[in-house]
Structures are given as C-alpha cells and as structure tokens.
Design a protein around this ligand. Structure first.
Ligand SMILES: O=C(NCCCCCn1ccnc1)c1cc(-c2ccc(F)cc2)cc(O)c1O
Ligand SMILES: [Mg+2]
Length: 214
C-alpha cells in the first residue's frame, strides 16, 4: 500500500538524523523537502526568524496551533529553557501519529504535549486540562481561517497576558487577511511583519509577530 508524504518524511528523519539531536532532525526534514518532496513545514528560512523570536521571548509556556509533522514543534522545543512546556494542537490524527515519532526521535517528549483535536474545542479547556495560566508565546500555523477566531477565543479565555507574543506563519501565502487586519489595527496589539518566503520556494510569505498589550 502507498505511503503518505508524512510517512516518507519520518523515514527520512529516521534514516538521516541522529536520535536525541533536534537540530539533525530539523536538518533532515529540510533536506527531504528541498531535495525530494515539498511539505508545509515552516522551513529553514522562516525557521530562523522563529528561532530568534523564541530565543528573545525565552518562554516558559508555549502553545503551537498546527503540529503537522512536528518540524516547528522540535525547532521551538529545542530552544526552551529547562522545565518550560510546549502544548501543540493537531487536528489530523494521521499527522499526529507521525509528529509523535518525530518528537520522540528528537528526544523532546518531556517538553512537548501533543493534543489531538480542534483548537476551538481545546482552547477553552486549556486551564482546567493542562493547568495553564497564560501563554508566553503562541505560534499560529493551523487553518488560516482559524487564526482570528482562535485569537479572540484566547483573549476571552484569559490565556494571554500583557506581553504575550503571537507569532503567525503564512500571513501572505496562503494568507490570513482578516487576522492581519485585526492585529495590525487593534489597540490591544503591537504588530511587526517579518518578510520572508514560503518554505522551500521563492514565493513571498512572512511571519507576523504581535505583542498583546492587555
Ligand atoms: O494549511 C496550512 N497549514 C495548516 C494545515 C492543516 C492544519 C490542521 N489543523 C491543525 C490544528 N488545527 C487544525 C499551510 C499551507 C501552506 C501552503 C502554501 C502554499 C500552497 F500552495 C499550499 C499550501 C503552507 C503552510 O506553511 C501552511 O501552514
Ligand atoms: Mg505554515
């Protein structure tokens, strides 16, 4: 039976990366996506911007919306201080199966909690289910039409504090126009656009970093 792209990506990690070495896992996925098959990881170019924001924020609690195969999950978790926690939400159960194995290969299981289901269902339950007060950093990389409703939901559920950082992928391609309009015009956010390219291509894309002002 035919394998899927995430399954082939995992095979490339297990073949080319060193167990317990997150950077080699990131490198193996980038090589697979450049040399073999494009896939919708944040990628190496936008990944460097992600790394710099994570290092600057030095978050104790991170929420990632959209795990896919765990590329950005591993990238973020590899930069977290000891005892910091990353919760990552994935809707697609087949992708979650792959992501768990990529995370395990990187040796980052202790820092990462992968939760399966819809962000709209889980966000209101974060506090009671995971003992989360607020998130220091949220990486938005799931359905592009969910960025805005989920951001409003996080506000309503008190999951953001003064200084919480939202970092959104794909604000140009595929694009998140309603989200961009909101964070750039709302008095409750200070936003900054980091121009880059769609992963593994020359197409323009970028990350939007927004600070919640409370
Ligand atoms: O759709 C994307 N991501 C969401 C995937 C489903 C999330 C499911 N989920 C997880 C949690 N809650 C819901 C995405 C797409 C592209 C892209 C760009 C150009 C192109 F021609 C084709 C595709 C590039 C990305 O970087 C992306 O992130
Ligand atoms: Mg993306």
């Amino acid at each position: 039976t035919q394998s899927t792209r995430p399954q082939r990506m995992l095979a490339a990690v297990q073949k080319n990366a060193t167990r317990g070495d997150p950077r080699s896992v990131v490198k193996a996925i980038d090589q697979f996506c450049r040399q073999k098959e494009w896939a919708m990881n944040v990628g190496d170019e936008k990944g460097c911007i992600l790394d710099s924001v994570v290092s600057e924020v030095n978050p104790a609690t991170v929420l990632e919306l959209g795990t896919y195969c765990g590329y950005s999950t591993v990238r973020i978790a590899s930069l977290l201080p000891p005892h910091a926690k990353l919760i990552t939400l994935e809707f697609n159960p087949d992708n979650a199966v792959i992501a768990r194995q990529v995370i395990a290969w990187a040796g980052l299981e202790d820092k990462i909690q992968l939760v399966e289901g819809a962000s709209g269902d889980w966000i209101p339950k974060m506090k009671e289910e995971f003992g989360v007060k607020t998130f220091d950093l949220v990486f938005l990389d799931h359905w592009k039409d969910r960025y805005l409703p989920d951001t409003k939901l996080m506000e309503e559920c008190g999951l953001l504090r003064k200084g919480s950082i939202l970092l959104a992928d794909n604000v140009i391609c595929p694009g998140t126009p309603d989200y961009l309009e909101y964070v750039r015009n709302s008095p409750r956010y200070k936003s900054q656009y980091f121009k880059s390219h769609l992963e593994y291509t020359k197409v323009e894309d970028g990350l939007e970093k927004s600070v919640f002002l409370g």
